[in-house]
Design a protein around this ligand. Structure first.
Ligand SMILES: Nc1ncnc2c1ncn2[C@@H]1O[C@H](COP(=O)(O)OP(=O)(O)O)[C@@H](O)[C@H]1O
Ligand SMILES: [Mg+2]
Length: 282
């Protein structure tokens, strides 16, 4: 079930001077309910990859199955796929366009053919889920702060009640506080709804704390995939491609080199603190 990619390749503008082989033989399975992080430097193919998940971009070659069905088969219902696999773009400005936030969030369900009452109910629920303050419901999306704009854009997708929520760099441009708030909200959303969440980021720190699995992209290829501990064990390889492991990884390795008997695979500050305390007690 879920999202399954088999030998996916994507080439932008084939046969022209701008030809770019952006995805190279990607094989991947994202099971239902997983919180997956996709990480890689700028230009590694993250945005191209996730736009395949809801059929916005069609692979040059390869197969993509959603819930066991080949989305490239004749007669496949792409419209339904797009409402089940919701994508929040990197720039909320690309997504928000109605006169006020509430109308904007109603747009998706309205497009799904739901009644006005149902649309408004969905919009209210979605805005509450992302912690969007009611006093701004009638404000133009363009007058909002960066963080609130993101919330409005996420709510607009949630209002369609998708099975999968994809967020393309939802923290870009936010200050550390705004970043933590949005990420905590997304984690909370994942816990409450059990939906599949795919979070794209170029920061390991963002991802380490939250996700079940990490996919590392490098130059259009899948470089690593695994649970955070497995991926961060390759911190030297990650550095070579311009990605860093979370700071705790480095601290734990330094402590071990200094002779402390710590396990180096802690990925969060809490785990690291526990592990250091344990090593002192031993
Ligand atoms: N519309 C496009 N036309 C041609 N090349 C593109 C286009 N969009 C992205 N690319 C190229 O494809 C590669 C992957 O881009 P992208 O998926 O946006 O990476 P990321 O999201 O990881 O930054 C990059 O080399 C980028 O320059
Ligand atoms: Mg991108």
């Amino acid at each position: 079930m879920a999202i399954e990619l088999k030998h996916i390749n994507y080439i932008y503008s084939p046969g022209t001077a701008y030809e770019k082989h952006a995805l190279k033989d990607i094989n991947l399975v994202i099971p239902d309910g997983q919180f997956m992080g996709i990480i890689g430097h700028t230009g590694s193919g993250k945005s191209t990859l996730i736009q395949h998940f809801n059929g916005l971009i069609r692979a040059t070659s390869g197969e993509l199955n959603y819930n066991g069905e080949n989305i490239y088969a004749d007669g496949y219902n792409m419209k339904q796929l797009r409402s089940q696999v919701g994508l929040v773009f990197q720039y909320p400005e690309h997504q928000l366009f109605e006169v006020d936030v509430f109308t904007d969030v109603c747009f998706g369900p309205k497009n799904q053919g739901l009644s006005k009452e149902e649309c408004e109910k969905r919009a209210r629920e979605a805005l509450e889920l992302v912690g969007f303050p009611e006093k701004y419901y009638r404000q133009s999306p363009f007058e909002l702060s960066g963080g609130q704009k993101r919330r409005a854009a996420i709510a607009g997708v949630l209002a369609m009640q998708p099975q999968v929520l994809i967020l393309d760099e939802p923290t870009a441009g936010l200050d550390p506080k705004g970043r933590d708030e949005i990420l905590d909200q997304i984690a909370h959303l994942h816990e409450r709804t059990g939906m599949t969440v795919i979070l794209v980021s170029h920061s390991m720190e963002d991802i380490a704390k939250y996700v079940d699995r990490i996919l590392v992209m490098n130059h259009g290829e899948k470089m690593l995939e695994g649970i955070p501990k497995e991926v961060f064990a390759y911190y030297r390889e990650l550095e070579q491609v311009g990605l860093a492991a979370p700071q705790v990884t480095y601290i734990m390795h330094d402590l071990k080199e200094e002779g402390l008997t710590v396990n180096t695979d802690a990925t969060t500050i809490e785990e690291a603190a526990e592990e250091i305390m344990r090593s002192f007690h031993d």
